[in-house]
Design a protein around this ligand. Sequence first.
Ligand SMILES: *Cc1c(COP(=O)(O)O)cnc(C)c1O
Length: 379
Amino acid sequence: MNRSVALGAPTVGQEELDAVRDVFESGWLSGAGPSCLAFEKEFAAVAGVENVLSTSNCGSALHLGQLVLGVKPGDEVIVGDYTFPATGHSVMWSGAKPVFVDVRPDIWSIDPAQIEAAITPRTAGIIAVDPFGQPADYDEIRAIADRHGLWLIEDAACATGATYKGRKVGEIADVTAYSFHGRKGITSGEGGALASPRADLVAHARKLHTYGIAPAITREGLAELPVPSFDELGYNYRLSDVQAAIMRVQVRRLPELLAARTRVANGYRELLGDLEQITLPVALDDRTHPWQSYVITVDPALDRGSVAMALRARGVGCNFGTYASHVQPLYGEQRELPVSADLFRRHIAIPMHANLAEDDVAYVAEVLRDVVSDSTHRH
Ligand SMILES: *Cc1c(COP(=O)(O)O)cnc(C)c1O
C-alpha cells in the first residue's frame, strides 16, 4: 500500500474563500483596516486580554514587543534555546544580543533553574518559547523576571489557544507573540499577532507597525486634514485585511481544529506508547498542549537521518524538530547547552494537523513501528 501522509497541512476551505471575496468587495485590502480591527477584537477572546495588534508575522510581533518594552542596542536578552530562528533573530534586529539558556529535557521550554546564571547587568528581559505550543513554566519564569526587574515576552508562535494553569497564554507575559504561518494551528498563510495586558504597549506597537505614524483609519471622517510627522522609526509590520478576513474564520474554527489535533495526539499515544526505541512527547496536566507539531525523540542507538528517510520512503512526511540556537554561527559565542543540543540531534516531527483521519494515524504508527524495529536490528 503506497499512502502519503503530509507532515503538516492548513485547514481552509469555502468559508475562508467567502471571507476573502467579501474583503475584495469592500475595497479595503491593505492592512490596519476594518477587517484587521474586527479580527483583533475577536482574537482578544483567544488571548484573554483586550489589547491585540495584528502583525505581518510572529517575528515582527517579537521585534515590536521588544521595542515597546525599551530594548536598546547592547542589551542582552535571555532566550529559550530550542526554537525557530525568529526568536533569536528578533533580538538581533534591535542590536541586542540573544543569550541562550538550556531547556527542560521533558517539555523543551527554558529551564527556570538555569535562568539566573545567565543574568548580567546588561540583561533587559527574557523571551520564553512554548515549544510546539506547550506553554513554558510561567509562574517560575515570571518570579525570576520580577526579582531582577526584567520584562517577559512569550513566543507563543505555536501556542494559539493554549492555557497555563487555567490562564490563556496571552494573559501571562508583558507581551505575547503569535504566528499564523501555514504550519501553525490557525493560519492565513503568513500572519501574526501581539497581545498584552497593557494597553499602552499595544498602542505604541500599533504606531510602530505602520511606519511610526497613526494608521490611516484613525484619520477617517475627521473634519480637518491631519498630516502626521515622523517622530519615531517604524516599520511596515501590518497584516493585510485579506489575511485578517481569513483569520476571522480561523478563529471561529479554533476549538474544532484543536480538538482534531488532540485526537491525533491521543491516537499516537495509544498506538505507539509501548515502543521502546522512541519517546513520545510529554503533555503536562497543568497546561494544555495545542499540538502544533508532534515530535518524537529517537533512541541514541538509532540513526535519526535513516529513520526519517525510511519514513519518507513509505510516504510518511517527517522532519527534524526545531533548532538548537546556541550552535548556530550567527549568534556568536554562547555557552554549551547539552539538553537542547541532544534534542536537536534526536527529534523527528511526524504528521500532525487537523485533516488527519484515524486511518492516517494508524498508517503512520504502523510504518514507524516497522522502521524503528528494522533500524534496531540493523545496528
Ligand atoms: C513559527 C515560529 C516562529 C516564526 O513565526 P513567523 O510567523 O514565521 O514569523 C517563531 N517562533 C517559533 C517558536 C515558531 O515556531
